[in-house]
Each structure stands twice: as structure tokens, then as C-alpha cells.
Design a protein around this ligand. Structure first.
Ligand code: HPA
Ligand code: MG
Length: 232
């Protein structure tokens, strides 16, 4: 019971948008204090707060795996976009394998990797380069599930999908752990999204800032000190 004279706090209602498709982290969200999580000492002064703990990422990824298994068909090629996508890819595939081990309808899967480069510091260079992985010729006639860490402006994924068309895959779906709300968005939305996040630069769970922070378990927001320390 609220004490006399004070009003009980209004419970926030989830908007229709927040009920749609993925978990939406609002702009006024300030995450969790670092002191409540195990953060490696070498990054403790470089991040503001934990935005999404690894445990929650895994729980959400399990559900994405279930949705994917219900929708997609063999022959499936799961294509990891390196380097940032490796942790999401590994965890997503573990859940898919577990599902396959017990489901009435299992499907065979191949894995493939592609490496793109498009970012210097926290700015998009506007270019994508395929700098690693097998030829996309392997994807001809296959059902492809692209696994990406984050859709920021969406320009990289739009260009990758355009590039892939030449190799005539049977079907292409995209799973991204994060979609960022940014005014620079080209409007692209993936088929499967883990979380929609505010327009902040996040690191950890394999997402990097100039190759640092991939060795941080939780997804955190980088601070000014971290940006200066690890600037190119
Ligand atoms: N973090 C890491 N990599 C990224 C981000 C981000 O917020 N946006 C685009 N690439
Ligand atoms: Mg990426």
C-alpha cells in the first residue's frame, strides 16, 4: 500500500510497438550497474553500464532458434557474418542442434562463414568488402540463414543481400541479434531480431570497438574513455 499522500508509481504499459516482433529496449533505459556483474578489470573503466546480460541474450536466442526451426527448411546453410556474429551464431546453432535432436521434424544444416568489413571507429565507412570466407557459389539453390550481430544503418546487410542474389540461393532469411534505432537507418528489418536497441554504441558478446571488447561476456555501452583509449 502506498503511504497516505503519496501516489503509487504508474506502471509503465508496453506499447504496441514493444509487443511486436522482438524485445524493445527503450531510449530512457539505463541498464545495470557494472558492480552487479563480472566485468574484466581491463574494461571496467571503459563501459558505462551493462545493457543486456549474456543470460538474457541466451534466453532470447533460444526462442529465435525455435522460431527458425518452425519456419525454415533443409537444405539449410547457416551463414555466419564474422567477426561480430560468431558468438550469436555459435549459441543460436547450439539451440538449433538441441531442437533437432528431439523434434519430430529435424533438418540437416551446413555452416559457412563470410567476413565483411565496413566500420572504422564507430562510423560506417559506407563501403562493404568481402574479405574472407568461402565463395558464395556454395549457396546456389540453398536455403540460407544469414546470422549477423547487429543491423545499424542496414546498409551493410542491404548490400550483402544484393551481392548474394547473383549466386541464386533458393531462399535467404536474416537473423540479427540486435537492430539499432538510428535516424540513419535505410529502413531494412531482418526476418528474426533478438532486441531493438537505442542509438548507442554497444560492445561485448563478440561485438567490438576497433577489435576490442569481443572478450566481454555482457553487452555493454562503451563510454568516452573507452572510445578514446581504443580509437584507431
Ligand atoms: N557495436 C559494435 N559494432 C557495431 C555497432 C555497435 O553498436 N553498430 C554497428 N556495428
Ligand atoms: Mg556484424
Amino acid at each position: 500500500m502506498a503511504s497516505k499522500g503519496s501516489q503509487p508509481a504508474e506502471k509503465k504499459q508496453r506499447t504496441d510497438e514493444q509487443k511486436k516482433g522482438c524485445i524493445v529496449i527503450p531510449d530512457d533505459y539505463c541498464g545495470y550497474d557494472l558492480e552487479h556483474f563480472c566485468i574484466p578489470g581491463h574494461y571496467a573503466s571503459d563501459v558505462k553500464h551493462v545493457m543486456i546480460p549474456k543470460g538474457l541474450i541466451l534466453d532470447r536466442t533460444e526462442k529465435l532458434a525455435q522460431d527458425i526451426c518452425r519456419d525454415l527448411q533443409a537444405p539449410l546453410v547457416a551463414l555466419c557474418v564474422l567477426k561480430g556474429g560468431y558468438q550469436f551464431f555459435t549459441d543460436l546453432l547450439d539451440f538449433i542442434k538441441n531442437y533437432n535432436a528431439s523434434a519430430a521434424r529435424s533438418f540437416q544444416m551446413q555452416v559457412d562463414f563470410i567476413r565483411l568489413k565496413s566500420y572504422v571507429d564507430d562510423k560506417s565507412s559506407g563501403e562493404i568488402k568481402v574479405i574472407g570466407g568461402d565463395s558464395m557459389e556454395n549457396l546456389r539453390g540453398k536455403n540460407v540463414l544469414i546470422c549477423e550481430d547487429i543491423i545499424d544503418t542496414g546498409a551493410t546487410m542491404t548490400k550483402l543481400l544484393e551481392l548474394m542474389k547473383k549466386f541464386e540461393p533458393a531462399n535467404v532469411k536474416v537473423a540479427s541479434l540486435f537492430v539499432k534505432r538510428t535516424p540513419l537507418s535505410v529502413g531494412y528489418r531482418p526476418d528474426y531480431t533478438g532486441f531493438e536497441i537505442p542509438n548507442e554504441f554497444v560492445v561485448g558478446y563478440a561485438l567490438d570497438y576497433n577489435e576490442y571488447f569481443r572478450d566481454l561476456n555482457h553487452v555493454c555501452v562503451i563510454n568516452e574513455h573507452g572510445q578514446k583509449k581504443y580509437a584507431t
